[in-house]
Write a protein that binds this ligand. Sequence first.
Ligand code: T3D
Length: 266
Amino acid sequence: MTDTQPKLLIENDGAVRTLRLNRPESLNALDNDLLKALGRAVADAEKDKTVRCVVVTGAGRGFCSGQDLAAVAARYTTNEPIDLGLHLREHYNPIITRLRTIEKPVIASVNGVAAGAGCSLALACDIRISAESASFIEAFVNVGLAPDAGSTFMLPRLIGVSRAMELAFTGRKVAAAEALQIGLVNQVVPDDQLAASTKKLADKLAGLPTRAIGLTKRAINASWRSDIETQLDYEAMLQTTAGQTHDHREGVTAFLEKRPPKFTGE
Ligand code: T3D
């Protein structure tokens, strides 16, 4: 791999935009260039109305091995004070926040190991589809760190507090089959079918009423800090918006005309 090859590949297929981490020699470790490119790409996908589903995946045999540890070690060779929190706030947190709030479906197509912040990246996506040979490692503890990039938020919500504690304390590798069993991923497919299965799911999601999906994501995110009365009221407010979309009318009309709906995302 030469420096001229982009560290992030951006691929468009209809209304699906795939963001492919492209540092396969390090299992797609996140250095500052890649983090900046990923941040820009997610922001661009958010703004671009032609994009109705985002896929995050990795080139080569890894999904993402987390923070580039060579870059971390390089910081120790200077006398400058090291503040990992600053690095997280500047580089990781905006990406994770945007993935959680972008009003379009986001799929992690996990082609190989997802470790440390790479695992957090997969967890920040809405849906995880995993290759049989992929694995998940809350690797932070192995390098004397606590989980970051949203793992302490997403992990207990997906698999429960007790399992989250165990995985974060031990940093043990979770194979795809166990990940499916404990609810860490939605689907596991044979390695050679990951691309096709991801495309099938992404195409389906991209053809759905995008505004309704965005509002659904907003509502489910809000439920975590809500009570039932507040949530009911919030649902009613969002439904006012959904009820004014073209896709709502189209869905009702198509049902009554006994034909498949043609959703445009508006
Ligand atoms: O600064 C901040 O903001 C702090 C934030 C921290 C967040 C974090 O993500 S902390 C956690 C960082 N990640 C890790 O600790 C994982 C480190 N990697 C591994 O434990 C293993 O590589 C894996 C379990 C992921 C995969 O193992 P394996 O045996 O399949 O592959 P390998 O041989 O270990 O790795 C292949 C190559 O990738 C190897 O390079 P080489 O020897 O072929 O030249 C290895 O050094 C490189 N690599 C893997 N992970 C990283 C990496 N290089 C830099 N950074 C990595 N994270």
